[in-house]
Design a protein around this ligand. Structure first.
Ligand SMILES: Nc1nc2c(c(=O)[nH]1)N[C@H]1C(S)=C(S)[C@@H](COP(=O)(O)OP(=O)(O)OC[C@H]3O[C@@H](n4cnc5c(=O)[nH]c(N)nc54)[C@H](O)[C@@H]3O)O[C@H]1N2
Ligand SMILES: Nc1nc2c(c(=O)[nH]1)N[C@H]1C(S)=C(S)[C@@H](COP(=O)(O)OP(=O)(O)OC[C@H]3O[C@@H](n4cnc5c(=O)[nH]c(N)nc54)[C@H](O)[C@@H]3O)O[C@H]1N2
Ligand code: SF4
Ligand SMILES: [Mo]
Length: 580
């Protein structure tokens, strides 16, 4: 009998297990999925997908589309072919196209639009990025959501908060902030100062975990000196925090199991790596690593412990500022670079000069609109795959549930192209088996990636001498100009980046003096856009919020790289607002 087990394919912390039951997507009852899914998957079949292949606007058959693709690839110098793959589907077999393009001698991408700055900060301090999985957060007494919005982006953490104290550090009064025991509505991009001050006060209050520090963080004294460079009174005034807040955070954390659950919000800046590393250092000061129910959770490496069976050796260009016009053919898979990459005008200009833009995806968007060749993909229900997660250790099977005439799977496309260009490729089942072999059945009935720690850093950090490496310097606070506002671009509950129902508003604090539904212009040094206003008391007066996935939001953002981590910096630019 066909297995009805699959998993959500979306780029999401939770990576939920799904049972396909008589045409319905039902949640796994056990494990972290906890018997519920989310609006994206509950409404998955309501979103209109691309059904037919197209070339230059005219519908063609899938066979013709693949012939065309082959023709385009044969007539392009291999070094002038770019394969740009996004995270529209997070499963492991998606990478099989990298295998084809690398074998062909084409160019792939590196860098990230997502979590790279934070990850670089973690690695600089700890020597590796080993995550604190959901199952460990569950064991903590106190959870600090620091730049993470669980109601929207990781709702499966919510049921485990019941008996815990919750602290939220966010410029926006999010849903979790409203239910928190303590909410600190911090000024955007000032978290590093709060983190430095927290570590300093742990020392001043004589609440350092001396034993841990002696063993694994012996440079803390130097770090303490660095924290003394932060002027307490002016800094606190500037970042919108009181000494009382600091005292409250610390008193809630002392002698407790604390999980600091960070999201990408804190690190969409040039110095995003340093912010993350300073937060880690605060956790170190309390000795919060290597112990059950303690630690700093972020986006772990979803491929940790899994070897790729694919050849991905190739020249690579950065995803953040890709010079598309260096290429004659660009093959875009599972991504919407014209919506989601920073500095849209730059991307558009460059893309216009590309002779062949190929779009391989499920939905129409800014990128499909300018593509020459459109190849419809199969949904996760129509192909076999497996997935892992960046926040728990599960290895989830994604068995094919439906036969469909529409689209082609990544494997079938790669296989066909490999055969045409005489590149070796194995049977699909061999790759699936390869991935499956990294799984191990746990007592609770779940399959997890073997060799992944549940409690990481039990015997010290993964640095040379097992010690945490502290930050040695940090950027001074930014100069403020009166008419400039911080741009926040967090995730929306209605969309998954640019998939599904996309937002269309700019959110402002009412003190800005605009009316709901009034159109305003938002501009930065990179560009501008016009959006209708929604007023919200949940925002600070110095911030403007436009959700990720809103059409045009990236007109405003810069394609600079973070100092560390080759990551996009979507919140580095300040913006101005005016009547339309
Ligand atoms: N519904 C939904 N779920 C998603 C996604 C989606 O688009 N929609 N996207 C998925 C993807 S790709 C990712 S990477 C994850 C990311 O998910 P999260 O890590 O939760 O990231 P964001 O929503 O970008 O930001 C989280 C919080 O950071 C806050 N923030 C912004 N700037 C700052 C700051 O300077 N300091 C502090 N302390 N906080 C700040 C925001 O107000 C927001 O509440 O979510 C995934 N899940
Ligand atoms: N301003 C701003 N910009 C951001 C962000 C932000 O917070 N603010 N977040 C950034 C982050 S964290 C991320 S991860 C990126 C995400 O950016 P992208 O990776 O570009 O993701 P999406 O916008 O979700 O586009 C995914 C596309 O994948 C396609 N797709 C879905 N499933 C499949 C499949 O099975 N096969 C194929 N072939 N295609 C499929 C769909 O057609 C969809 O349009 O955006 C980044 N951009
Ligand atoms: S919470 Fe995340 S993983 Fe779970 S169904 Fe929704 S999008 Fe998928
Ligand atoms: Mo992301």
């Amino acid at each position: 009998m066909k297995s009805s087990i699959t998993a959500c394919p979306l780029d999401c912390y939770d990576a939920c297990g799904i049972v396909y039951d008589d045409g319905k997507l039902m949640p796994f009852k056990d494990g972290h999925t906890n018997g519920f899914l989310c609006p994206h998957i509950n409404h998955y079949d309501k979103y209109e997908r691309i059904e037919k292949a197209r070339y230059k606007g005219a519908e063609i058959s899938m066979d013709e589309a693949l012939e065309k693709l082959q023709e385009i690839l044969s007539s392009t110098l291999k070094s002038e072919i770019l394969h740009y793959r996004g995270s529209g589907n997070f499963a492991l077999m998606q990478e099989v196209t990298d295998h084809f393009f690398a074998g062909l001698g084409a160019v792939l991408t590196d860098g990230t639009l997502c979590d790279g700055a934070g990850e670089a900060g973690i690695i600089a301090g700890r020597g590796s990025n080993k995550n604190m999985p959901f199952s460990e957060i569950e064991k903590s007494d106190v959870v600090i959501f620091w730049g993470r919005n669980p109601h929207t982006t990781s709702s499966h953490l919510l049921p485990i908060l019941k008996e815990k104290k919750v602290i939220v550090i966010d410029p926006v009064k999010t849903k979790v902030a409203k239910m928190a025991d303590l909410f600190v509505q911090i000024k955007p991009h000032t978290d590093i100062f709060l983190a430095l001050l927290l570590a300093r006060f742990v020392h001043i209050n004589d609440t350092l975990d001396e034993e841990f520090i002696e063993k694994y963080a012996s440079e803390f004294d130097e770090y303490y000196e660095l924290t003394q460079g932060v002027r307490i009174k002016t800094t606190l005034e500037n970042i919108g925090i009181t000494l009382g807040d600091i005292g409250d955070i610390l008193s809630m954390c002392i002698d407790k199991k604390v999980a600091i659950v960070c999201g990408v919000g804190i690190q969409k800046y040039l110095d995003g790596a340093d912010v993350m590393r300073a937060i880690d250092a605060f956790a170190v000061s309390l000795g919060m690593f290597g112990k059950e129910g303690c630690g700093v959770a972020y986006l772990g490496n979803s491929k940790e412990g899994i070897e790729s069976p694919f050849n991905t050796k190739s020249k690579k260009v950065s995803k953040v500022n890709t010079a598309f016009d260096d290429f004659k053919t660009v093959f875009i898979q599972g991504a919407n670079p014209l919506g989601q990459m920073p500095d849209t005008q730059r991307v558009k200009n460059a893309m216009q000069r590309v002779e062949n833009v190929v779009y391989f995806g499920l939905y129409e968007n800014e990128t499909s609109q300018i593509a020459d060749l459109i190849i419809p993909a199969k949904t996760f229900l129509e192909k076999d795959d497996l997935r892992t997660s960046y926040s728990h250790n599960g290895l989830m099977l994604m068995n094919k549930q439906i036969e469909s005439e529409i689209g082609i799977s990544e494997y079938d496309l790669a296989k066909r192209m490999c055969e045409k260009f005489a590149i070796e490729i194995k049977d699909e089942s061999e790759y699936l088996e390869h991935f499956k072999n990294f799984g191990v059945l746990k007592i609770n009935g779940c399959v997890e990636v073997e060799n992944r720690d549940t409690v990481a850093y039990k015997n010290g950090f993964d640095t040379k001498d097992k010690e945490f490496i502290f930050l040695e310097e940090f950027d001074s606070p930014q100069e403020e100009k009166e008419d400039e506002l911080y741009l926040l671009t967090p995730k929306s509950s209605k969309s998954l980046n640019s998939q599904f129902q996309r937002e269309q508003y700019v959110y402002l604090n009412p003190s800005q003096g605009f009316l709901d539904e009034e159109e305003i212009t938002i501009s930065s040094e990179n560009g501008s856009l016009v959006l209708k206003v929604k007023n919200s008391e949940d925002l600070r007066e110095d911030s403007v919020l436009i959700y990720s996935g809103t059409e045009g939001v990236n007109n405003l953002t810069s394609s600079k790289h973070s100092y560390e981590g080759k990551s996009a910096v979507f919140q580095e630019n300040k913006v101005k607002i005016s009547k339309k």
